[in-house]
Ligand binder design. Structure first.
Ligand code: URP
Ligand code: ZN
Length: 463
């Protein structure tokens, strides 16, 4: 038996949602068909020797693309609890079949050397995957190293941080240099927009005032730090012609800056994350040993921000909803003894991105099904040159497919999640929708919402 015929489904893409059927041959989408009844579908499947799948009126979408995850990342004296195996298994369980992670060289380490090591680690991924090249220091060889990474090793894009100045961050002059090179290489530049100088000053002030817990983390990096850095990144991208992609937008001010830049005709790409749409800084009011779970960068914001970001989402201000999955067990976070400067930053999210955005967006009346697919599949694929191979149901696209049950209901329970992280910032949240069956390049990898035990490795996606 070769191939697959899925019938009685609504085919949902960023362009349309219509009833039909889809046939897969080998690893690719072979044919999009009109609606077929069971008899017609059986005949069509027999004609092609394809396995028949009754969609039962569910939706069929392209596999999700999460372009912002940190798996097996050494940071803050520890390493994220999810590696490429556990993180990608969780991604598949939630309907995400493609991940893009990062190469983050230690300062002084040549970027191609770090990229080679990272590519070897990423071979453990069950999702197809690409990598962004982070520049953590500008040196006389950085331009050549970036050219090797992009042109010879197939890295898709360049990442820079305007925060974390003592470890991996860059000053504005260096960001300008990176953007000039990236523009020549035609690679998008992802920028973590927080004003690192301002943050360091605020951190010193808080420490001097004896404020140390998770609330101090949020106070040290207030909304204006994000908006100021967004303005700078926008002006540098205008100056250099680099394609700017602003990661994890968390504030209404930054969203407004980006919306205005687009209105001026600037082609900036924008990303937000489910946690900024759903959670606010009241989480830091919990006792410190629980509040540490919510320490992420940028931090959760005052209560007016999530609704404003949701309105921006509905207005089309965002191209991508990614997770910034960067997970630590509670004990790893608690080991910092409540010192906000040492708490590892980041939360788990890769598994529930599709369901959270479906619930908030589609069920909540903010997004159409096609808008949802644009944000979690096609938008990220387009941003990093993966479209139409990924993020699409076009003939010839990789047969990464999600059979989505739009009627499914559940309460999220961290203990039931497929990643390794031992807690969830979405604990107890009611979500609708579920990835019942997932195929990665035509191979079934999830059945009844559960990843299959023996998964073949995913494939590296060079540009
Ligand atoms: O808290 C986070 N997001 N940690 C990961 C690194 C980053 O800033 O994206
Ligand atoms: Zn990140």
């Amino acid at each position: 038996m070769s191939g697959l015929l899925v019938y009685d489904v609504t085919l949902v893409t960023a362009g349309s949602a219509r009833e039909g059927a889809l046939r897969v041959e080998g690893e690719s989408v072979a044919e999009l068909l009109p609606p077929l009844d069971a008899k017609q579908a059986r005949a069509e499947a027999a004609r092609h020797g394809a396995q028949l799948v009754d969609g039962g009126g569910r939706w069929l979408l392209p596999g999700g693309v999460d372009p912002h995850v940190h798996l097996a990342l050494p940071t803050a004296g520890t390493t994220t609890i999810d590696d490429f195996e556990s993180g990608s298994r969780a991604a598949l369980a939630g309907g995400t079949t493609t991940l893009v992670d990062f190469v983050t060289p230690a300062r002084g380490q040549p970027l191609p050397e770090a990229a080679r090591a990272r590519l070897a680690e990423a071979r453990g991924s069950f999702c197809d995957h690409g990598l962004h090249a982070s520049v953590t220091r500008w040196t006389s060889s950085t331009a050549d190293e970036l050219a090797v990474c992009v042109e010879e090793m197939g890295l898709r894009s360049v990442k820079t941080y305007l925060a974390y100045l003592d470890t991996i961050g860059l000053g504005e002059d260096d960001l300008l240099r990176v953007m000039e090179v990236a523009a020549r290489l035609d690679a998008p530049v992802l920028v973590h927009c927080e004003d690192g100088v301002d943050i360091e000053r605020r951190q010193d002030d808080l420490v001097s005032a004896g404020e140390t817990g998770p609330r101090a983390h949020a106070r040290s990096r207030p909304p204006e730090c994000e908006a100021a850095a967004v303005r700078r990144a926008l002006s540098l991208s205008e100056e250099t012609g680099a394609r700017l992609y602003v990661v994890h937008v968390s504030t209404l001010e930054a969203a407004r800056e980006l919306e205005q830049a687009r209105a001026r005709g600037l082609g900036v790409l924008t990303e937000t994350c489910p946690h900024y749409l759903l959670l606010d800084e009241s989480r830091y009011e919990a006792p410190d040993d629980q509040a540490v779970a919510f320490v992420m960068t940028p931090p959760l914001r005052p209560s007016g921000h999530p609704p404003a970001l949701r309105e921006a989402l509905a207005r089309g201000v965002f191209d991508v909803v990614a997770t910034d999955h960067c997970s630590f067990d509670l004990a790893q976070k608690q080991a910092a003894g409540g010192d906000f400067l040492r708490i590892p930053n980041g939360v788990a999210g890769v598994e529930h991105r599709l369901a959270l955005l479906y619930t908030l967006g589609v069920r909540g009346g903010l997004l159409s099904p096609s808008d949802w697919v644009r944000l979690v599949c096609e938008g990220p694929a387009r941003a990093f040159g993966l479209y139409p191979r990924k993020g699409s149901l076009r003939v010839g696209s990789d047969a990464d497919l999600v059979l989505w049950d739009p009627t499914h209901e559940r309460l999220l329970r961290g203990a039931e999640d497929h990643h390794r992280c031992d807690h969830s910032v979405y604990e107890g949240m009611r979500v609708g929708g579920r990835a019942d069956v997932v195929w990665r390049r035509g191979e079934r990898v999830v059945e009844d919402g559960e990843p299959l035990p023996a998964l073949l490795p995913g494939r590296y996606l060079p540009r």
